[in-house]
Each structure stands twice: as C-alpha cells, then as structure tokens.
Ligand binder design. Structure first.
Ligand code: PGA
Length: 248
C-alpha cells in the first residue's frame, strides 16, 4: 500500500503519470481533485505532460474535495482560485466541466445536498486524489467526523487553521468552516491515491501505518478501500519501520 519515492518531484512525476494514464484510458473520467501545497508540483507536472503529449480533455469532469466557507471564487486563498490557477486555466477546462462546493452559498445544507447529487449524477468518482492533514484529515473531514457522511459543512480544527495560516496574511483571516466531500463519497471512488511529502507529514504517516480503522484518524478509513495507493517521499516516510523508509 505504501509506495516510497525519493523526493517531492519524484512523487509529482509518478502521480501525474498515473493521472495522465487514467485520462488516456478513459477520456470521460470523473476525477476527484485536492488542493494544498502537496498538489502544486503534481498539477505542474500534469500540465507539462499534457502540453508535451496532449490528450482530448473535453469529456473530463472534475469534482474538488472542499472549499472554505465565506471565500468567493475570486478570493486568492479560495480553492476555486487555486484550481483555476494551477490546473483549470492551464488545461483550458470549461467551467461546466469542473465542480467545487460554493463557499459563498446562502444555504450550506442545500449546497451540500446539491454537490452530492452532482457527484452521483456523474456516476461517482473514478479516481480521487487526496492529501493528508497533519491531524489525519482527508478533504476537510476532521478527526471525529463520522465515516458515514456525504458532503457536509464542518468546523475546522485549531490544528488545521494553524497549518493553513501560512497561506493567509494573519490568523483572523483563516476561515473557521469549510464544505467538504464526505468519507462516503471518497470511499466510493473507484481508485484512490493519497499523497504526502515532507518531514511535516512523517508523524501522521507513521500513525496511519500503525492505526486501525478509527474515526479519530480519518485517513485510516482508506485501509478498507480496495484500490488505494499511498505515495510518499522519503521525508514523509522517515518514521515508518526502517525497511519502508527508503525508495524501493
Ligand atoms: P497540504 O495539505 O498539501 O498543504 O499539506 C494537505 C491537506 O490538508 O489535506
């Protein structure tokens, strides 16, 4: 389940190749996408591959995991903005192909329900990319989130707000809530790739390795997924048992 490669760039090369091959094999694929620092080199590598060897992308559909509540799509720290900048604009994806929860919606319960219905109407997710929070969250499913949830609004933990402070001018600007795809929708994806890079993730990756399936460590639910790859660099693998620490 754990695939260790030497560097973040090697992670980006491998994960972007897997996504590229997935799109090549299924041009009408439904991709579940993630944001965050870990994804930036992956999207850069995917864009470069698609520029060198273009594939038809008109039939592709994407759904992102999450969005901050209260940030409009034009806010530079919104996940809409991140995706536009790092992937959608460089690939020329049309607005009708890409989906993120609307963080500025008036009724979040209705927005969550509608988002779930859109995912279902698309036939569910073929391939879901995931990062992992330092507290084990996937999407913004924070520790303690029930595993039987679809898209819902959650309150971000102090740890997550602290981790994401680096993207904002000050702590008061970091949103307190988000809308996130639920564990049910993530687990229903036909293939899942969880990615982690850097020393900052070594502790949670070691916890994930030893943990049983436990709602206090949301990523541990993936141990029940039948098509999961965990792709990490050597820094993120540093606290795994010795035989797993180095690239194979
Ligand atoms: P990061 O975020 O890639 O910025 O570390 C990962 C996550 O919180 O899922």
């Amino acid at each position: 389940m754990f695939l260790v490669v030497p560097t973040p760039q090697a992670v980006a090369d491998l994960v972007s190749t897997l996504v590229y091959q997935h799109i090549k094999a299924k041009p009408a694929a439904v991709l579940g996408l993630a944001t965050g620092g870990t994804m930036e080199p992956i999207y850069a590598a995917l864009v470069a591959k698609l520029q060198q060897q273009p594939l038809p992308l008109e039939k592709l559909t994407t759904f992102n995991l999450d969005e901050y509540v209260g940030l409009s799509a034009a806010h530079p720290q919104s996940y809409h903005y991140f995706m536009q900048q790092h992937l959608f604009a460089p690939l020329g994806l049309a607005p009708s192909q890409v989906h993120l929860p609307d963080g500025n919606c008036r009724n979040s319960a209705e927005e969550c329900q509608a988002y779930s219905e859109q995912i279902a109407a698309a036939g569910g997710l073929d391939l879901q990319l995931l990062g992992i929070g330092s507290n084990g969250h996937i999407g913004f499913n924070e520790p303690g989130t029930p595993f039987d949830c679809n898209t819902h609004e959650i309150e971000l933990t102090a740890q997550t707000r602290q981790d994401n402070l680096r993207f904002f001018a000050d702590a008061a600007e970091v949103p307190t809530h988000a809308i996130t795809m639920g564990i049910c929708e993530i687990m229903a994806a036909r293939e899942v790739i969880l990615v982690a890079t850097g020393q900052r993730k070594a502790d949670i990756i070691a916890q994930l390795y030893t943990s049983g399936v436990d709602e206090q460590l949301p990523a541990s639910v993936l141990k029940q997924h039948r098509n999961l790859k965990v792709i990490i660099d050597e820094d993120a693998a540093a606290l795994l048992p010795t035989h797993l620490q180095q690239a194979g």
